[in-house]
Design a protein around this ligand. Structure first.
Ligand SMILES: [Zn+2]
Ligand SMILES: [Zn+2]
Length: 395
């Protein structure tokens, strides 16, 4: 029986796991209950979970010998008040699984069930490692995300390759989207202050108005991608917060600007940083000043060509060629990128559009078509089975 058939037989169980996690979402590095549930379910399978990795991460090994492949799921939720009226609505007010990481955990546990059955029957050629990773979203703005910390904790040291998937609430359900090479963007964040000299709103000439300076800086920032970056190469700078002032008749001392920077190529990234600095420096042309803090967040997620073709083959055999498509580039970012930098890796999207309602990621009405849970489980399990089958028999 194929993994897809066997996964569908477990659909109710996987949906129950996903709904339990959905009702009890936890923010990054606070996934205590989530990790506990994962360890319990793995324990019921007779697997020994390692907990407390990268704070709240969980790993487990299925099969015998050195694990050769890692399968990764992230498990954190977002600081959003859920607007869906469903039986499995978030019971943790203000926290919501609005990116589908609950589905990732359920899907990987489903893959674990399938692979574990084969391992017990002596039909798994070697071992596979499960990675349940905390804090992908990094909404707590920790110095390092869960994926980065897991890599630093050495979870990939013994494996040859790593595979991860992300459900997509906006792509057609049960279809796979993937691409070799750059897939998701690098993200950096900036936090800057334009410094002027405050005073009475009626006497601007006696001040150095930082709002006037900031307006010129923002205008210059918005010219960087269109006038300074090669038009064939993607890049984004978005100013996402701007804060200053306290009253209608006071010119403030300073304006604070923060925002996000996206790119795929290191040369583009470097130029975006340099030119952002130049835009802020316009404040000095009028006698003002600025501070600018640029912080590297996640590198671009770059899929290994061979792993991508391998995964494409698995998906086509399981779902049929009509359901496996070439993905667009995404300006969104993923901390799977740290794993794909450490070992040959592939990260792909599994379409999970629920209905005709608008349910984008990170939105209070986010939800998915739960029929993708067995599909995701089968894709990961089949990838692992096939990856291991291609290796020499373990000694
Ligand atoms: Zn997200
Ligand atoms: Zn996500």
């Amino acid at each position: 029986m194929s993994y897809l058939t066997r996964a569908h037989a477990r659909a109710d169980q996987l949906i129950a796991i996903r709904r339990d996690l959905h009702a009890h979402p936890e923010l990054g590095f606070q996934e205590v209950r989530t990790a506990q549930r994962i360890a319990e379910i793995l324990g019921e399978l007779g697997l020994q979970a390692q907990t407390g990795i990268a704070h709240t991460g969980v790993t487990a090994i299925i099969g015998a010998g050195r694990p050769r492949l890692a399968l990764r799921a992230d498990m954190d939720a977002l600081p959003i008040v859920e607007a869906n009226d469903v039986p499995y609505k978030s019971q943790n007010e203000g926290v919501m699984h609005a990116c589908g990481h609950d589905a990732h955990v359920a899907g990987l546990l489903g893959a674990a069930m399938l692979l574990n059955e084969d391992a017990r029957a002596g039909k798994l050629n070697g071992a596979v490692k499960l990675l349940f990773q905390p804090n992908e979203e990094n909404t707590v703005v920790a110095p390092k995300s869960g994926g980065q910390l897991m890599v630093e904790a050495g979870v990939l040291d013994d494996v040859d390759a790593v595979i991860g998937l992300h459900v997509s609430s906006v792509l057609p359900s049960n279809e796979v989207f993937l691409r070799a090479g750059p897939f998701m963007a690098a993200v950096d964040i900036f936090d800057g202050t334009i410094i002027g000299r405050g005073g009475h709103g009626a006497y601007p000439h006696q001040t150095l108005d930082p709002i006037w300076l900031a307006a010129q800086v923002v205008n210059a920032i918005h010219g960087i991608v269109s006038r300074r970056i090669d038009p064939t190469k993607p890049g984004v700078i978005s100013v996402t917060t701007i804060n200053a002032g306290s009253a209608t008749n006071i010119i403030p001392e300073a304006v604070r600007l923060t925002g996000t920077i996206r790119s795929f190529e290191p040369a583009v990234q470097a130029q975006l940083h340099t030119d952002l600095e130049r835009a802020f420096a316009l404040a000095r042309a009028w006698g003002g000043d600025y501070t600018l803090n640029l912080q590297f967040e996640y590198p671009a997620t770059v899929n290994d060509a061979r792993m991508t073709e391998f995964m494409r083959g698995v998906a086509i055999d399981l779902l049929g060629a009509a359901r496996v498509k070439e993905s667009d580039l995404h300006m969104g970012a993923e901390d799977f990128s740290f794993m794909a930098r450490a070992k040959p890796g592939v990260f792909f999207n599994l379409g999970a559009k629920k209905d005709e309602n608008d349910r984008p990621h990170h939105n209070p009405r986010f939800d998915i078509d739960e029929t993708v849970l067995p599909t995701g489980a089968a894709l990961l399990a089949e990838a692992a089975r096939r990856f291991l089958a291609a290796l020499p028999q373990p000694k």
